[in-house]
Design a protein around this ligand. Structure first.
Ligand code: ADP
Length: 677
């Protein structure tokens, strides 16, 4: 008999506990029977599932939870080991009674293997099923509640801790606030005091300011403050204006544009400034015209609304008048420069920029807008004069002296020769102005042509005079030779004196001829290297013989090698020596010295003669210049000697000058470049 039909088994099976019986045909586990309690608990009738595999009846995929897997493992274990297996509570969802949805369900199952003979592989599996949904869910709810409570407790503890900290901080902050408050109060007191002092200082400052200052307040422009300077410009006293609206304090402004300007500044809140505005001012009790720089600055309240304005007025009358007179002087200078047809030039000592004027450009053959470099001004100078001009310019720069030169320049394009008179001077930097070198240049071609005609005439006359004079000298010499020494002693003496006079005239005529040669550019230099001190010695020796009544002292000197025209320099030295003799009393001392000074050979001739006035010194080297004085009436001459000396020295890139004191004597110097070792 099938064990399932045994009355005892049936009695147990049908107790009100949900039960189900499976075949042990693993893995299908066909459902054999279910009891009534099973139907109540699962809403599934035995008919629906009997004969089906457990997996067909309860698809684990569809039911949700992990019940399927747990059941499979437990069924396998019960069959294989033929032992009772308890499946712990698991979730397996089943449809609701109306089959409309799945309901969450928890189950606890006990599996008991059943066999007919009691040993070996079981024939059936009896599953006793407990629906544990209620307790499980309430356990879960309780657990969740407990969990929430734990979290809340933790949060509460944290919040509590935070509150304690905040509380402590609050206590601390309160103390700090109190301290801050005290400090702030002290500061306010201090600030108020500072502010009062600062306002007083401001008022003092305004009062003492070198410019006129006034402060207006409110739309009526009430004059709050006006310093002495501005009162002076207004021509009012403080009592007349302070605390009064503008037009009450200064009724003379009624209808004046000034009122509109400052009203506009007040309403628009835009500052206004103007420079060199013409106005009147009371000076020394008299109403006079003046110029003012003015600034009107709006003043705002702390919340940004207009509450006044400050007026600053600077009396710039002196500055404007000074500038105007400079402008006038400049204009006059411009007119003079134009009228005199002067070319001007300017060299910035720092940037070396050369700025020639339009007229100067014209002299050199440039168009006014054409670029003319400094080199052009040098390169276009005639070769014979170039070195002399360059060294005069360099000397002017290094020694700060001015130069005055006349030289020919070759006009660009046409190649025409133009004579120019040039001056130049270094102006050291002063008051923000950089150092500069500037000068003038004037076209003297016409004058030179006139001079040339005069020179030609002098030259012609000199030549004409020289011929009969030479004959005269020869006749005198013949007569002298024929005279019998004892019988004709008187004649011999007269003939001697006549020869001296003829020689004098000869010398003068030679002087004129030299000037003429020089001016017509016919003076040629024959340069060679020699010892200048030897030439000086030679000339001194000659002078000693010709002037026995004078005491010559040639101071010892070292060798001075120069490259120059020896004859011409001999003439220069002789000229200086003969002037020293000429302008000194008999028996005077004449000191001659040669020295090396800053890379130049310097020769000087000193006498203790009549001397020269300071005013005459700069002109001594000009052509035909002679000092005008009663004393000079006793000395003959034409003012040619020093001119020739200067020309010769300058053609050697040298320099000549004199120092003298009237009545005490003079010293004439010249210097030449030395040959470099
Ligand atoms: P000159 O002597 O023929 O007049 P110079 O050209 O030699 O011409 O000299 C120019 C002028 O310089 C002289 O007229 C004289 O007034 C002045 N002079 C030159 N040398 C001396 C000197 N040693 N002492 C004083 N005056 C001098």
């Amino acid at each position: 008999m099938n064990i399932l039909n045994e009355p005892l088994f049936q009695a147990v099976f049908n107790t009100p506990v949900p039960r189900i019986i499976f075949c042990t045909n693993s893995p299908d586990f066909t459902i054999v029977a279910t009891n009534e309690a099973f139907k109540v608990s699962t809403h599934i009738t035995g008919r629906e599932i009997t004969g089906k595999s457990v997996w067909e009846a309860f698809d684990p995929e569809e039911a949700g939870g992990n019940g399927g897997l747990l059941l499979m493992n437990a069924l396998m274990e019960a069959v294989e080991h033929n032992r009772r297996v308890n499946i712990p509570s698991f979730r397996y969802d089943i449809p609701s009674v109306d089959m409309s949805r799945l309901e969450i369900n928890w189950w606890q199952i006990e599996i008991i293997p059943v066999s007919a003979i009691g040993i070996g592989r079981p024939d059936y599996l009896l599953l006793t099923i407990n629906n544990t949904t209620g307790p499980t869910l309430s356990n879960q709810v309780i657990e969740a509640g407990l969990q929430r409570e734990r979290v809340l407790n933790e949060e509460l503890a944290a919040a509590n801790e935070e509150l304690t900290t905040i509380n402590e901080e609050l206590i601390h902050s309160k103390a700090e606030l109190q301290e801050l408050n005290n400090e702030l109060e002290q500061r306010v007191v201090r600030r108020t005091k500072d502010l009062t002092e600062s306002e007083n200082r401001f008022r003092n400052l305004v009062q003492q300011a070198p410019v006129g200052i006034a402060i207006y307040s409110g739309p009526q422009l009430i004059i709050e403050l006006a310093n002495d300077k501005i009162l002076e410009v207004w021509g009012h006293t403080a009592a007349e204006v302070i605390g009064k609206p503008l037009l009450t304090g200064r009724p003379e402004l009624n209808g004046h544009t000034y009122v509109q300007v400052i009203t506009q500044v007040y309403t628009s809140q835009q500052p206004h400034s103007a420079f060199e505005v013409k106005g009147s001012v009371i000076r020394n009790g008299k109403l006079q015209e003046g110029y003012f720089d003015v600034l009107y600055q709006p003043l705002n309240s702390s919340c940004g609304t207009a509450n006044g304005l400050i007026a600053v007025i600077n009396d710039v009358t002196e500055r404007v008048e000074a500038r105007k007179s400079i402008e006038k002087a400049e204009e006059m200078l411009r007119l003079t420069v134009d009228f005199a047809e002067l070319g001007t030039w300017f060299i910035n000592a720092e940037t070396r920029e050369f700025i020639p004027s339009a007229r100067l450009k014209k002299i050199f053959g440039y168009q006014p807008d054409e670029y003319m470099p400094y080199e052009a001004a040098i390169n276009q100078i005639s070769d014979a004069y170039q070195d002399a001009v360059v060294s005069a310019v360099e000397r002017a720069i290094s020694e700060g002296q001015s130069y005055h030169l006349e030289y020919p320049v070759v006009e660009r394009h046409t190649g025409k020769l133009r004579w120019v008179k040039a001056t130049g001077r270094l102006y050291p930097s002063a008051e923000g102005e950089p150092a500069h070198f500037s000068g003038t240049l004037i076209d003297i071609t016409e004058r030179r042509q006139n001079d040339q005609r005069k020179n030609d005439f002098i030259s012609m006359v000199s030549h004409e005079l020289k011929t009969p004079l030479t004959s005269l000298k020869a006749y005198l010499q013949v007569l002298q030779a024929r005279a019998v020494p004892d019988a004709d002693s008187f004649r011999i003496s007269i003939l001697g004196k006549a020869e001296v006079q003829v020689n004098k005239m000869h010398k003068m005529i030679n002087g004129f001829l030299s000037v003429a040669a020089l001016e017509s550019g016919k003076m040629q230099l024959v340069k060679e290297q020699f010892n200048l001190d030897d030439t000086v010695q030679e000339m001194v020796d000659d002078a000693v013989i010709s002037n026995p009544r004078f005491r010559f002292h040639f101071l010892p000197c070292e060798a001075l090698q120069v490259v120059a025209d020896q004859d011409k320099l001999g003439q220069v030295i002789t000229n200086l020596l003969s002037n020293a003799v000429k302008y000194s009393p008999d028996g005077g001392d004449i000191i001659v010295d040669c020295q090396k000074v800053n890379g130049t050979a310097r020769v000087s001739v000193q006498d203790n003669g009549i001397g020269i006035k300071k005013d005459d010194l700069p002109n001594l080297f000009e052509r035909f210049y002679r000092v005008q004085s009663d004393t000079m009436k006793n000395f003959s001459g034409f003012g040619i000697g020093l001119y020739l000396c200067a020309e010769i020295v300058e053609r050697h890139s040298g320099h000549i000058w004199a120092e003298s004191e009237e009545g005490k004597g003079s010293t004439f110097y010249f210097s030449l470049p030395l040959v470099e070792d």
